[in-house]
Design a protein around this ligand. Structure first.
Ligand SMILES: CC(C)(COP(=O)(O)OP(=O)(O)OC[C@H]1O[C@@H](n2cnc3c(N)ncnc32)[C@H](O)[C@@H]1OP(=O)(O)O)[C@@H](O)C(=O)NCCC(=O)NCCS
Length: 138
């Protein structure tokens, strides 16, 4: 089940973000509470539940097409949560008028392979060494 995130979800969302084994948040101060609240209150912030527990989440910016976050509990990978959440976020980005979505991710990760399989186009590396991917929202 996919639904809108609410403030009470934050402890579980935080635990998933800190529990992933790739694209690890090395400096937690880079993600502020204000940013997280903004995504929940003004942009796109969705969670996926399995048996009543949050197992994955995504955040996207309807103003510029950025998929800011997509994280699945490592114990629940490979069950379609990533794909379902990303599809839902892209549908919302398109409905908000975006012709293209974009994101950055670490090289040589499961996420890199995941985005390539799902038709994202590699635009090369950003200054911080991440791969920039774009996708046309047809
Ligand atoms: C990258 C990431 C988001 C993928 O999420 P996921 O939920 O494991 O991905 P999915 O299950 O949707 O798809 C992965 C593969 O699992 C398999 N799969 C999908 N649904 C499945 C199901 N119902 N049952 C069994 N296997 C399934 C498929 O092989 C699928 O590949 P396909 O989409 O080409 O068919 C997740 O691994 C993750 O959070 N990684 C760590 C954090 C990270 O790097 N995030 C990205 C930051 S930019």
């Amino acid at each position: 089940m996919i639904r809108q995130a609410v403030p009470a979800d934050h402890p579980r969302i935080h635990a998933i973000r800190m529990g992933v084994r790739e694209n690890i948040l090395t400096d937690p101060s880079l993600v502020t509470e204000e940013e997280v609240d903004w995504y929940r209150e003004h942009a796109i912030f969705l969670v996926a539940e399995e048996a009543g527990e949050i197992v994955a989440f995504t955040c996207a910016n309807h103003q510029n097409g950025l998929v800011w976050a997509l994280f699945v509990d490592p114990e629940r990978e490979g069950r379609g949560h990533g794909r379902a959440l990303l599809d839902a976020a892209l549908t919302k980005l398109k409905a908000a008028g975006n012709a293209q979505a974009w994101l950055t991710t670490g090289a040589n990760t499961r996420a890199e392979r995941f985005y390539r399989r799902h038709g994202w186009r590699d635009m090369g590396h950003s200054l911080d060494g991440q791969i920039v991917f774009i996708k046309t929202l047809a």
